[in-house]
Design a protein around this ligand. Structure first.
Ligand code: HGY
Ligand code: MN
Ligand code: MN
Length: 415
């Protein structure tokens, strides 16, 4: 159908934009390290801004640093349709996690321009600040603030491992963007659609190209600090030791028994960060910091198991003190309504093989879900590898996902 936006999506152009972005924060092993609000992310924001302006979009950023490229609608007062994901990556991240959703939305806008399509609703391509939650905790920070503006002050105070706050890092980023105006935090939107690689093996294994995401599992994240006492490894007898590492290791072993007690492999329990001080071979560690990332589709399980974290840590602290802080808790959500329906209609029109699929990974969509009709489009990634520098995807799959997204955005922006 000549006037359909999807007909104007260009596989090479979308791929080339991924190649250009992958240079920003490129790692020796072929991945990216582009942490939130880092010096590597500034040029990525700049490149996105340049591409958006070349397509006639106006660019603005909000008080948490979310970046918006707005394609004007014929009815400026109509609520906009948002689509996007994140520019930031994990330290050993891949070239597609997050960035694909931003570039697919940009490609959809370019295709609408080429098709000469105007829509009543404005369309906004969005890059949410700090989705990955590595440098600054919690993750999904930009979409969280957009949904709950009352959280802004607290989120701006979050500090990175060297003590720099979000506010200070954001000030550095915004100082590099004098030409990008600020807009208020949060507003009502008509719908949000996020395209993302699956970060799992199912679509590729089953020969499907698009996953219509049915929901996102719930998450609880904790930070545990174990306080003991630095001591001489050679002279300190066992009864006199307050060994923070020994206690922390007992806690992790006990937590694994708690979380992996269930019959099936449903619960996801990860200790991703484990810092030891002073981290010297001949010093009994006086302090250990570690993180817990706990996920389950079952909210009752999230409650039942998550509520035991404190008692399990306390029962294994031995001669040490322990502090447990829950940093974020997001319930599991189920997508329904106009956005998944529009995705399915577009897949059928375009004859793109699709399946319904549940998301084990967290996304910004889990916050937008609470304020507007929301849905997600997954595309395959090689062997489901992600949060790994070997993350890979096929140009054709990325483009097919962008074709579906383009027609979905036109449908929603006309509704
Ligand atoms: O951890 C997550 O689920 C997301 O990919 N940051
Ligand atoms: Mn992501
Ligand atoms: Mn990720």
């Amino acid at each position: 159908v000549p006037s359909r936006a999807s007909s104007f999506v260009r596989t090479e152009r979308l791929w080339d934009r991924h190649v250009a972005m992958a240079r920003l924060g490129a790692t020796a092993k072929g991945g990216v390290c582009r942490l939130a609000l880092s010096k590597e992310e500034i040029p990525a924001r700049r490149l996105l801004t340049q591409w958006g302006r070349a397509l006639g979009c106006t660019v603005a950023s909000d008080p948490i640093g979310n970046l918006f490229l707005t394609r004007a609608g014929t009815e400026p007062s109509a609520l906009p349709v948002l689509s996007g994901s994140h520019l930031d990556s994990q330290p050993t991240g891949g070239r597609f996690d997050g960035i694909y959703g931003v570039l697919a939305a940009l490609e959809a806008v370019e295709a609408m321009n080429a098709a000469g399509l105007r829509t009543p609703r404005p369309i906004e391509v969005v890059a949410w600040t700090n989705e990955e939650g590595c440098r600054f905790v919690p993750g999904c920070m930009g979409s969280l603030a957009f949904r709950s503006p009352e959280r802004l002050a607290t989120l701006l105070r979050a500090k990175d491992p060297v003590g720099l706050s979000v506010a200070e890092a954001l000030a550095q980023v915004r100082a590099a963007e004098p030409d990008i105006p600020e807009r208020p935090l949060g507003k009502r939107v008509a719908a949000f659609v996020e395209a993302h690689i699956e970060q799992g093996p199912l679509l590729e294994a089953n020969g499907q190209v698009v996953g219509i995401v049915t929901g996102i599992q719930g998450t609880r994240r904790f930070e545990i600090t174990v306080e003991g006492e630095d001591a001489h490894a050679g002279t300190t007898p066992l009864p006199a030791r307050r060994d923070a590492l020994s206690s922390a290791v007992s806690m992790v072993a006990a937590l694994e028994r708690l979380f992996q007690a269930g019959p099936s492999d449903i619960v996801r329990f990860t200790v991703g960060r484990f810092d030891v001080w002073p981290n010297a071979p001949s010093v009994v560690p006086g302090r250990v910091f570690f993180t817990i990332d706990f996920r389950s589709p079952d909210d009752d399980l999230l409650t039942r198991l998550g509520d035991q974290v404190a008692s399990v840590c306390d029962a294994n602290r031995k001669q040490c003190a322990v502090e447990i802080v829950e940093t974020i808790r997001t319930p599991s959500i189920a997508f329904s309504g106009p956005v998944p329906e529009a995705i399915e209609a577009a897949c059928r029109d375009l004859q793109v093989p699709y399946a319904r699929i549940y998301s084990g990974a967290g996304h910004d969509a889990q916050h937008l879900f609470h304020i507007t009709p929301t849905g997600m489009i997954f595309v395959p990634c090689e062997k489901g590898i992600s949060h790994n520098e070997r993350e890979n995807a096929k140009p054709q799959d990325l483009a097919d996902g962008a074709r579906v997204l383009a027609d979905v955005l036109v449908t929603l922006a006309n509704s």
